[in-house]
Design a protein around this ligand. Structure first.
Ligand code: FAD
Length: 773
């Protein structure tokens, strides 16, 4: 037999083994399936339930390596209705005007008038349908209200946000019995009932499912009758609105040791509605969340007896609490905190742009210094990205999606965005950002940052465990089917998914290489002109790279990947920035592609591309299987990896768009509250900005005359008078400059207090102070 014949026979055998399903399923697939069963991570019930909650949306496209840009760009979100717009321009505007954040901070609560107004205008009932007496708003409107309120008062925003996010109202809407809905929803809509939701306890923070709060099914006395119910014991903390609640949404583990419900002993996490005035409940103390004055505190219950119909959804829902929570978090996380973070980002863009124009040092507005341009660019660029992501995600929820992975991305990366933006704005305002008082607009947002980072799934956990961990299984085109078929020992289904998966890997590897060598030239979607189209092409390439690297990480690490949180955190970064980059282009597209917004579009896309590439490089550099990392490197970065942040020149364009009260700045910050000129904070700053901008040409004329030697700078006190006399400026210009200088001087002042007015003043401390002098 010739060598050729042997090779031919081997080739035929290989083809028969791998390409003929009937042979493959007998010879090859069973051992692959067994190996996979050994390698797969063990999954607990709580994880499985979390994985099953919600839907896969644009995240599925990003995981596929072939995002369908046409689908994204054509996606039309439901616009705000006339009623929702009127609410934003009416009651929300009015509420913003009523809240004085500094006073709220001092008094530790919103004023009674503000509380009354919130109740009267049904701010607590935004998600409750009109048929139950609520406002029946869309997710977009809910998020827009939070965005606007948070730009004025974090305390007011959080107070309004909580009853409209995961809690009694939302749970009742989805799972309540008809009787529960009819009784509670109208009362919740008008805040006759003030809800709180108590999940976290001292022992169960991030690992909320491990709660030690427990209920035992038993008989007991309730309102004079003996009924079948639950005896509850719990310790909860950090509960927002807890100190004033009239309706506790409580999460606990329910046991039925005497099998009174006829089923298993450990029924699982259960959610119930508990009135706070029952014997055994201790309530009313407060935590102090970094001085941000929303109401937050612990709630304790000892041997509290409630009937079984306290369970949300009744007896039939006993033990289903975790599913209920996960399903609602799947959408909710994408709305409230992202809305709050975007409000803070737009506020920072507005404040930093105005301050950078009004505040002068070294005879120049500080915004003109390159050093200040850097934080200004971060603020403007991120505010644009976050604004796009907010609207896109709320639109998806309104379209019926419950995108669990996208919502987790939104929660973690927008609150991180808020941290970056607020820090940058604080650096620009420097002393004026640090000295607290009515004039300071940033201090409260600064204090609120760690709260946003921590609540609704702390960011480290969300980034390193949830986003990629869940995404890899639920958004990947094949992994979930493979896992399910392994669990069910369904060989035919496994075989089909596994070999399609192999084809997917090979095709992604070839596409990565092709796009890298051709500069993604052939990945541009038709009908999308440059630069947006070119960015989409680069995102397509990186989406394919992400898909390939994800597969390699899963294949080489198997179940271990779950514990390799530094790697899965980087993969989460790549996925998150693919989403944020998509949202940036979508915003530009939906806003009508204004040329003036090009710097924002470019900054957002360049930032996203850099973050994705850096994350992928980080995975390759740290992947334990070095051979796989080397091969991946050849496929995805054949010409080397060069993650580049937005250039200095681009950053300068973004920074300039925020200065001088330009149209772009106003468009970027259109979702926030802008107070009238007599407001001591942003109002005063905006008024000064107007005057400084109006006087700018006249000031420039005086400076030019000085430079030309027509006027001498000294004595400075008479410079304007001399400029007027020398006809460099006319009388109205002189007046404009004087008004601008007065307003500028006023806007850069900070608050001063008599020590007795300060919250930390303790009796006797003044005497101690004077004795030290
Ligand atoms: C102001 C405020 C308001 C709140 N409001 C409410 C409310 O209304 N209702 C309610 O039920 N709860 C509420 N919470 C609780 C909040 O949800 C928890 O604080 C949060 O879940 C984190 O729990 P923890 O603080 O105990 O942190 P821990 O769970 O102790 O976590 C500490 C750190 O470890 C990280 N971590 C934990 N596990 C992992 C892991 N496996 N991998 C990587 N990192 C990990 C976390 O990300 C975090 O950075 C509130 C908290 C605050 C501060």
């Amino acid at each position: 037999m010739t060598v050729l014949a042997v090779l031919l026979i081997l080739a035929v055998l290989a083809i028969a083994l791998f390409a003929v399903p009937a042979i493959r399923r007998r010879v090859v697939t069973p051992s692959i399936m067994n190996a996979m069963a050994r390698a797969l991570p063990r999954m607990g019930d709580t994880e499985r339930i979390a994985l099953e909650a919600g839907t896969v949306w644009w995240d599925g496209d990003l995981f596929s390596g072939r995002p369908d840009w046409k689908k994204l760009l054509e996606f039309q979100r439901k616009p705000l209705s006339a009623r929702e717009r009127a609410f934003l321009d009416g009651p929300v505007e009015e509420l913003c005007g009523m809240v004085e954040e500094w006073k709220v901070e001092h008094e530790g609560d919103l004023s009674p008038e503000v509380w009354r107004f919130i109740k009267e205008k049904k701010f607590f009932g935004m998600i409750i349908p009109e048929e139950f007496g609520g406002l029946g708003f869309s997710a977009l409107a809910n998020s827009a209200v939070v965005t606007k309120l948070s730009s004025r008062s974090v305390a007011a925003a959080v107070t309004v946000m909580v009853p409209n996010s995961l809690g009694p109202a939302e749970l009742l809407l989805h799972y309540g019995t008809e009787e529960q809905k009819r009784h509670f929803l109208p009362r919740l809509a008008t805040a006759e009932e003030i809800p709180c939701f108590a999940l976290t306890g001292p022992e169960a923070g991030s690992d909320a499912a491990s709660t030690k709060s427990r209920g035992v099914v038993c008989r007991g006395q309730y309102q004079g009758r003996e009924v079948l119910g639950m005896r509850l014991n719990w310790r909860k903390r950090y509960i927002t609105l807890g100190p004033v609640t009239t309706l506790i949404g409580l999460a606990f583990r329910l046991y039925d040791p005497d099998h009174l419900l006829g089923g298993t002993e450990d029924l699982g996490i259960t959610l119930a509605l508990i009135p706070p005035d029952l014997p055994g409940i201790e309530i009313g103390k407060r935590h102090d969340p970094l001085g941000v004055a929303f109401l937050n505190g612990p709630i304790y219950g000892r041997d509290v007896f409630v009937p079984l119909d306290s369970i949300i959804g009744g007896k039939a829902r006993a033990g289903q609490g975790w599913q209920m929570l996960m399903a609602n978090l799947a959408a909710g996380r994408g709305i409230s905190l992202p809305g709050l973070s975007t409000g803070a980002a737009q506020l920072c863009a507005r404040v930093a742009g105005a301050y950078g124009t009004v505040r002068e040092q070294f005879d120049l507005p500080i915004g003109r210094f390159e050093g200040i341009e850097e934080p200004l660019a971060r603020i403007g660029g991120l505010a644009y990205v976050m604004s796009g992501a907010r609207v896109l995600t709320a639109g998806a929820v309104d379209a019926g999606e419950k995108p669990a992975v996208v919502s987790a991305i939104m929660k973690a990366y927008l609150t991180e965005g808020m941290r970056t933006v607020v820090n940058a704005a604080m650096d620009i305002q420097a002393g004026a950002g640090i000295s607290r008082g009515p004039r300071n607009v940033l201090a409260n947002a600064y204090m609120a940052v760690p709260i946003g980072i921590t609540v609704e799934g702390a960011n480290i956990l969300t980034r390193t465990l949830i986003i990629f961990g869940q995404g890899a299984i639920r958004c990947h085109p094949y992994v979930r089917t493979e896992m399910e078929s392994v669990a069910k020992k369904d060989l035919a289904r496994f075989d089909q998914a596994f070999f399609a998966h192999m084809g997917f890997i090979v095709s992604n590897a070839l596409r990565c290489l092709g796009h890298a060598i051709t500069g993604s030239r052939f990945a541009r979607p038709s009908g999308v002109p440059v630069p947006a189209g070119a960015y989409l092409a680069r995102f397509t390439r990186l989406s394919a790279c992400f898909a390939l690297v994800s597969d390699a990480a899963m294949a080489t690490l198997g179940g271990q990947l779950k514990r390799r949180e530094k790697l899965s955190g980087r993969l989460a970064d790549a996925l998150a920035w693919l989403y944020l980059g998509s949202a940036t282009v979508k915003k530009f597209w939906d806003d009508g592609r204004p040329d003036e917004d090009l710097p924002f579009l470019k900054w957002g896309c360049e930032k996203a591309l850099c973050e994705i590439e850096s994350a992928l490089v980080g995975v390759l550099e740290n992947l334990p299987n070095r051979a796989a990392a080397w091969m991946l490197g050849i496929a995805i970065f054949p010409l080397g990896a060069h993650p580049r942040p937005p250039s200095d020149a681009l950053g300068a364009q973004v920074a300039r768009a925020l200065l001088d009260d330009r149209e772009e700045r106003l468009r970027l910050t259109r979702d926030i509250y802008v107070p009238p000129p007599d407001d001591p904070g942003l109002g005063r700053l905006e008024a000064a900005l107007d005057k400084v901008v109006a006087a700018a040409p006249a000031i420039a004329a005086v400076k030019a005359a000085v430079r030309a030697g027509k006027l001498t700078r000294e004595p400075e006190g008479t410079l304007l008078e001399r400029a007027f006399k020398a006809a460099v400026i006319d009388e109205s210009a002189l007046r404009r400059i004087r008004e601008a200088e007065k307003a500028r001087d006023d806007a850069i002042q900070v608050d001063e207090f008599d020590p007795r007015q300060l919250p930390h003043h303790a009796p006797g401390s003044l005497e101690a102070e004077s004795s030290r002098r």
